[in-house]
Design a protein around this ligand. Sequence first.
Ligand code: ME8
Length: 518
Amino acid sequence: MAEPYYITTAISYPNGRPHIGHAYEAIAADIIARHRKAEGYDVRFQTGTDEHGLKMAQKARDLGMTPADLASEMSQYFIDMCDTLNVGYDVFLRTTEPRHHAASQELWRRMEANGDLYLDRYEGWYSVRDEAYYDESELIAGEGGEKLSPQGTPVEWTVEESWFFRLSKYQDKLLELYGSGDFIRPESRRNEISRFVEGGLRDLSVSRTSFDWGVKVPGSENHVMYVWVDALTNYLTGLGFPDESGDYAKYWPADLHLIGKDIVRFHTVYWPAFLMSAGLPLPKQVFGHGFLLNRGQKESKSLGNVTDPIGLAERFGVDALRYFLMREVAFGQDGSYSPEAIVTRCNAELANSFGNLAQRSLSMIFKNMDGNLKSGLPEMEADTTLFAAVSEGIASLREAFMNLAFSDGLESWMRAVFACNQYVDEQAPWALRKTDPERMEAVLMVLFHAVRDLAIAVRPVVPGAIDKLLDQMGQSADSRGYTALEVTDWFEALVASGFKVDKPQGVFPRLELPEEAP
Ligand code: ME8
């Protein structure tokens, strides 16, 4: 039976339309999911929207809408974004769904039954924007000397009756968790969180009475849960929790929570503590990816540089955008993007290197061999060497992707593509056509093999284009995972089927810079 693999993204706040950071995370998670599927795992991929909390309530009030209407309207944009970007989630979870309220209340009851929740008064510096309380010592001074949260957002002194979670009780257990294995990645974030927890943990205020847009606290109806308690529970809800059979039994604990660097603390301190308290198994890993910057700057409405990810995909193509994001940025670090960088990278690597290799190879088979494939031709040393380079590139990609080192993996893949292009130039099949037609055929068959294997390897990243290419190469739709790379008789079977290469259609067009770009 295939090994289960459960991956989640953060659930996004639908208080506006998706931005490029949301697209980046969704694309990265989709590539991980597709890669694991290609490796033979039974993958479950969940994303969704985080619809409660003060931030949503305030935004809705500003717009003169109910929070429920705002959430429904905006959530649809996130669903559309996933569809456009070829993000193939299994579950899109909205936290306003009744089943999510039930799951959150069940988690609450279990934490309460374990003696970890108590009622008290809360006083502190609260940031509406961050939906978090801060310690006096954490605050920074703004330009006019006003107090700001460490994220630079305004804070207000707030007093309310609140339920508290005994987070302090979990300090040692959390440190033990970080010390063993790879719970937090990358390492820089692990160090940051370890230092924070070593500094001591205070109990956490986990309910609010000042507004009612949230999940009701069981037995305490004038309280709603702090939005992070319900938000984190989404990862369980989507598996059917509190029903612990079925999907929950199969996929929990999650293999990977993929999130951005700003919310690592919630996922690696609060979340495991809640789960420990409720007696549930802990996720295996939390990966905090970096932020995507627009020409090195954070996007913001005031700078007027907010990019619509759908617009980028329409301009350059979904596959180009996906490839660029994974190739350009070392996963885990911050990265920058611009139209020029997308065009330069994708033209060099997708259009001119791999696309051109595939197009040249298939065109020559179409023109010089009438589209027919031939097996059993003699192999020369240059061919064996090329196959070794291709296998090595693919093996490195697979290993790097397992480790979430996408840029490294694609670089290895590119090296194999370069080796193929060099092979074409050295073998010069167009010249062999006259001097040694049999050798020309052998060279073209080597290229057919190499292109097919390289296409399968990179398919998780650029599935749309690769499927079009593999269709043109007669590869059946159900054998495009990595097990197809181990099949030894596929080529003989394809030849025997009488398959012919048709006039090929390019799948990686050359991109042009948009005229309005500065
Ligand atoms: O934080 N680059 O939602 P969110 C890359 N609802 N990633 C970015 C980014 C950027 N410029 N900006 C944001 C929330 N992100 C909560 C999560 S999970 C139980 C609750 C990432 O809509 C961010 O780090 O503000 C987060 O992982 C995701 O986008 C959603 O952010």
